[in-house]
Every structure is written in structure tokens, then in C-alpha cells.
Design a protein around this ligand. Structure first.
Ligand code: FPP
Length: 211
């Protein structure tokens, strides 16, 4: 069995829109609540043994959403980066944004550069936020990340949606009906608990049979 000191968790944060609709709120309120969930999860991640956390914030296919929603999301990302940088640095988090930058608003590109610069010394957790990200394009460009150990998807769908296709080759997959804005520490702990109960064989034999 492969031994590793890193623990890479990747999350497809789905369900912001449905969370909002069920409350009679605009989708933007769901995305804002989703940003709160990001804050909660990042805070508890190192205590759960996570060394690498990669969050799918905006796929290259999300450009097809209505312009107003795209603008809301881009502004939310930039604001989140600006307001969270000091706290992330204090928590020992090193932030990096993965994906294409050439199609992002300039204000977001500078917020990314400032957040990456301001958290560059972090050693407790590497937090990657995927924005304008496509797994297929990343493979084509050789822009590969460390292997994913555990892939979590909220919101009830059970698919990868072009996220970390290469890196998830041997990832354990964990799905929940819970919408992303409702996701918190106890859900993350449940996913990790189940992860540790699985027998990861990487193509080998079950542990007890591998004499
Ligand atoms: C998917 O839910 C979510 C997104 C496309 C955006 C993810 C953004 C956030 C979690 C907000 C903040 C993130 C950061 C990094 C600050 P959906 O809108 O597709 O929901 P639906 O499937 O219910 O419509």
C-alpha cells in the first residue's frame, strides 16, 4: 500500500443555488452562504489531518451561466480573497488559485496575486481554489496537482464535472445530498472517518491477503 504524509482532499462545492431557492432567496445569497462554508471548512481542515485542500469554485464551463451570476461570483471571489488573506496567513494557510487567469476580471487577478503573496509562508495547509478550471485542459497543459486522496461532492450529484481528472485516478469518492452552504465540520469529519475505513488497494490485493 502507498504510504504518504500528505492528505489531499478535493471538494466539488455544489448546491448553492438550490440552497437559496429553497429559502426563497436569490442565487447570490446561496453563493455568499457558500463562501461562509468555505471559511468554516478551511478553518477545521488542518485539525482533520488535511495537508492539501482543493476547492472547485468555478469551472471553465461555468462561463455559460448568466452574465449577472458570473459577475456576482467573480466579485465574491475577489472580496473573499481580500477579506480572508490575513486570517489565512494567521492560520498558516498557503493559498493558490489554479486555472486560467487570462479570462478573469483584472480586479480578481490582482486580488489573487495579493492573496497568494500574503499567504506564501503558510506551511499548515495548502489551499487551492480552482477558478476557470478544466481538468481536461490541465492535463493537456501538464498543470497537474498532487494526487487526490478523497474527493467530496455536495449537492446530491455523483460526477466529477471536469475536476482533477488525472489527480483523482485513485481517489476515494464521497457524495452527500447536503447542499454546500450547509456543509460543515461534522460533515467533513464524517467523510474522513469513512475514508479511513476504506481499504485503498491501488490495484493491489486487499491488505489481509497481501502476505
Ligand atoms: C455550485 O453551486 C457552486 C458554484 C458554481 C460556485 C461555488 C462558489 C462558492 C462556494 C462561493 C464562494 C467560493 C469561494 C472560494 C469564496 P450551484 O450554483 O451550481 O448550485 P445548484 O446546483 O444548486 O444550482
Amino acid at each position: 500500500m502507498k504510504q504518504s504524509t500528505s492528505f489531499h482532499v478535493a471538494i466539488v462545492m455544489d448546491g448553492n443555488g438550490r440552497w437559496a431557492r429553497r429559502r426563497g432567496l436569490p442565487r447570490s445569497a446561496g453563493h455568499r452562504a457558500g463562501a461562509e462554508a468555505v471559511r468554516r471548512v478551511v478553518k477545521v481542515a488542518p485539525g482533520c489531518g488535511i495537508t492539501d485542500l482543493t476547492l472547485y469554485a468555478f469551472s471553465s464551463d461555468n462561463w455559460s451561466r448568466p452574465a449577472a451570476e458570473v459577475t456576482t461570483l467573480m466579485r465574491l471571489f475577489a472580496r473573499h480573497l481580500r477579506t480572508e488573506t490575513a486570517e489565512l496567513a494567521a492560520q498558516g494557510v498557503k493559498l493558490s488559485v489554479v486555472g486560467r487567469r487570462d479570462r478573469l476580471p483584472r480586479s480578481l487577478v490582482s486580488a489573487i496575486a495579493a492573496a497568494e503573496g500574503g499567504t506564501a509562508q503558510g506551511t499548515r495547509l495548502t489551499l487551492r481554489i480552482a477558478v476557470d478550471y478544466s481538468g481536461r485542459e490541465a492535463i493537456r497543459a501538464g498543470a497537474l496537482l498532487p494526487d487526490v486522496d478523497l474527493l467530496i461532492r455536495t449537492g446530491g450529484e455523483q460526477r466529477l464535472s471536469d475536476f482533477l481528472l488525472w489527480e483523482c485516478a485513485y481517489a476515494e469518492l464521497w457524495f452527500t445530498e447536503r447542499m454546500w452552504p450547509d456543509f460543515g465540520a461534522s460533515n467533513l469529519a464524517a467523510a474522513i472517518h469513512e475514508f479511513h475505513s476504506r481499504d485503498r488497494r491501488f490495484g493491489g490485493l486487499p491488505t489481509q491477503e497481501a502476505v
